[in-house]
Design a binder for this molecule. Sequence first.
Ligand SMILES: *[C@@H]1O[C@H](CO)[C@@H](O)[C@H](O)[C@H]1NC(C)=O
Ligand SMILES: *[C@@H]1O[C@H](CO)[C@@H](O)[C@H](O)[C@H]1NC(C)=O
Ligand SMILES: *[C@@H]1O[C@H](CO)[C@@H](O)[C@H](O)[C@H]1NC(C)=O
Ligand SMILES: [Zn+2]
Length: 414
Amino acid sequence: MKVFSVLTICCTIVAASPLGNWAALSGNDALELRLIKLGPQEYSIISELEKVSLRRRGKKFMDVTNQISIEEAYTLGLVSRPQTSLWKQMLFSASGAKQIEMMNKPVKEYKYPKKLSYKSLVQDLNDQIDKDSIYENLSQFTSFYTRYYKSKSGAESSDWLYEKVNHLTKPISKDYEVNITRVHHKGWDQTSLIVSIPGNVTDKVVVGAHQDSIHLLLPQLRAPGADDDGSGTVTTLEALRLVVQAISTGQFSPYNTLEFHYYSAEEGGLLGSADVFARYYDSGAVVLSMLQQDMTGYSTGSKNQGIEEHLGLITDYTNVGLNGFLKLVIDTYNDIPYHETECGYACSDHASALENGYPSAFIIESEFKFSNQFIHSSMDTIEKIDFDHVAEHVKLTVGYAIELSGTNILNKSN
Ligand SMILES: *[C@@H]1O[C@H](CO)[C@@H](O)[C@H](O)[C@H]1NC(C)=O
Ligand SMILES: *[C@@H]1O[C@H](CO)[C@@H](O)[C@H](O)[C@H]1NC(C)=O
Ligand SMILES: *[C@@H]1O[C@H](CO)[C@@H](O)[C@H](O)[C@H]1NC(C)=O
Ligand SMILES: [Zn+2]
């Protein structure tokens, strides 16, 4: 960005400071301007460096620069252009108001099942949850120094994940044209991953987790990301293994297309999922539902307070109908109850689905206030993870995936 070349000099000096290797976030990179969304109508332009400091102060947002350029944001009046006359700014915001309306894509409403259809199958699969192999996988996944999306090891961890899902879907790769896509993003190397198991129709039922981790003090420090979101990643890997088993043994075949997503760069402001769902929207894809699994392994927070072990069902910025269906799934398939809780705007990748008009939900390890406080640091480690609790999230994910992908909820006759 040429306009800022003078400023770049200042920060190249910072780059050589005793803080050490700023390779992942230095010079031009640190000062690069980004358009972020802090609420349904609230946009702001800040630098990459300011983004990290905003996150450190606990502020959540979406980085939508790959969808709306800075120049477009000015033109649309999403943010006011610096050094323009008041008159010009008024003109921009008048024309912008209409555009903003168009950019808020209405969320589709579907009638989710009021009764479950696969009880014995789901229970049978859930009896086979393999906690040792979940542990083994999380142990490998957290051994990457960091999975920061702009780091080399972050790119390597996405290779690991790609190998893993290839291996996991082998049993059905002959009979089903399982489509495993690596989504490349503009600006960093870690890819998002889409595992698509075709159904009778192309309408999608999606399970999501994010693969990246971050150390919020300095992105170059060690970030094992065991809970955030290694736990969600291995939760959905295990659910994928069980669903594949049901398909390969002829016990199940999805009616809707069933997809497992592993997003890159959630910690940079939902960047990976924003790309994925914007592409789906642009190509006219139908997504019937999306369930996010982000932080599934920490139960100590509530236990320490003498509160029963539970799942945290997020009620703000999620879909009411889908939440109702998930309550039924939890009541049926889980051994612990849910507590309703809130986590604010854009708190995880389900927000990217909703933003593009797709109903989405998010179930986290507990009420938000009891959730893991060690995240975004080198202390987010595997020995704090409760694998019985992770297994509860697997049960929920298997129930959701089988029931919704196995049911013709639009009552299409093909
Ligand atoms: C990882 O998980 C998969 C599926 O859950 C399992 O097959 C595998 O044995 C696990 N362990 C390792 C070390 O990959
Ligand atoms: C797999 O998915 C990608 C991305 O959605 C699509 O471009 C590609 O055509 C698909 N491939 C097959 C064989 O269906
Ligand atoms: C879905 O496709 C399978 C395999 O082609 C077929 O056997 C089944 O009857 C179809 N199901 C529905 C509900 O159309
Ligand atoms: Zn996080």
